[in-house]
Design a protein around this ligand. Structure first.
Ligand code: NI
Length: 230
């Protein structure tokens, strides 16, 4: 082997390891790790911030989605958004039957809603606001485009319960809860319940049962930097 080949100048094959970019030493080894997931309640900062589009899919995301289904079925929900388990990604899952092995499981990655039509009023609740149920007005039909975990495009024109759940979960990705969609009188009605949730959450933080907001936000920033576009 000539010296020039060794340097890689005349070598059309794989580059010599000497020419690979220096690994980013500033990235901690667990930069991409996703810790154990649990349902979070209002006002956890993950619920109040807009989730970012996923730029990469990896095994940790597939595992997280599997865990989201477990959490959703255990809590007897029919939909769950990633930020409800403190993941700042644009992912939500739906199974209108609410039972494993029944109905259809759907995973929506980087979803986009379009063509809202009609109006329907229906009672909603949220796993992040247990006990609160209110009538919410929404378009009765909507189109959703998204990606599956396998990177296949999804395109559904939906109505009924499916349209209701998809819009509720999409709101989560925007950092919005169904209580943000109430008319004034109903909003006043839930205000004390929301105040109570805030007191409970602050109490857990003051006792050290839940990290303080700056730590929670730092973890969301880390997860976002690992898998989202800048
Ligand atoms: Ni919800």
């Amino acid at each position: 082997m000539s010296r020039t080949d060794w340097l890689g100048y005349h070598n059309s094959g794989p580059a010599s390891p000497h020419f690979y970019p220096m690994p980013d030493a500033s990235a901690p080894p667990d930069a991409h790790a996703i810790g154990p997931l649990d349902l979070v309640e209002y006002p956890h900062p993950a619920l109040l911030r807009r989730a970012k589009p996923l730029a990469r899919l990896d095994d940790a995301i597939a595992d997280a989605v599997e865990r989201m289904f477990e959490i959703m079925y255990t809590a007897e929900g029919i939909g769950l958004a990633a930020n409800q388990v403190a993941l700042p990604y644009r992912i939500f899952i739906v199974n209108c039957s609410g039972r494993r092995g029944e109905g259809e499981e759907h995973v929506f990655i980087n979803p986009v809603l379009s063509r809202p039509r009609g109006t329907a009023i229906h009672e909603e609740g949220c796993l992040s606001l247990p006990g609160v149920r209110m009538d919410v007005r929404r378009p009765s039909k909507v189109v959703v485009d998204a990606w599956t975990l396998d990177g296949e495009p999804i395109h559904f024109d939906i109505d009924g319960l499916m349209a209701r759940v998809v819009q509720h979960e999409f709101d989560h990705l925007e950092g919005r809860l169904f209580t943000d969609r109430l008319p004034e009188a109903a909003a006043l009605e839930v205000r004390s319940a929301l105040d109570e949730f805030r007191e409970v959450f602050a109490g857990k933080q003051s006792r050290g049962e839940v990290p303080v907001d700056t730590a929670l936000v730092a973890e969301l920033d880390r997860l976002e930097a690992a898998r989202c576009r800048a």
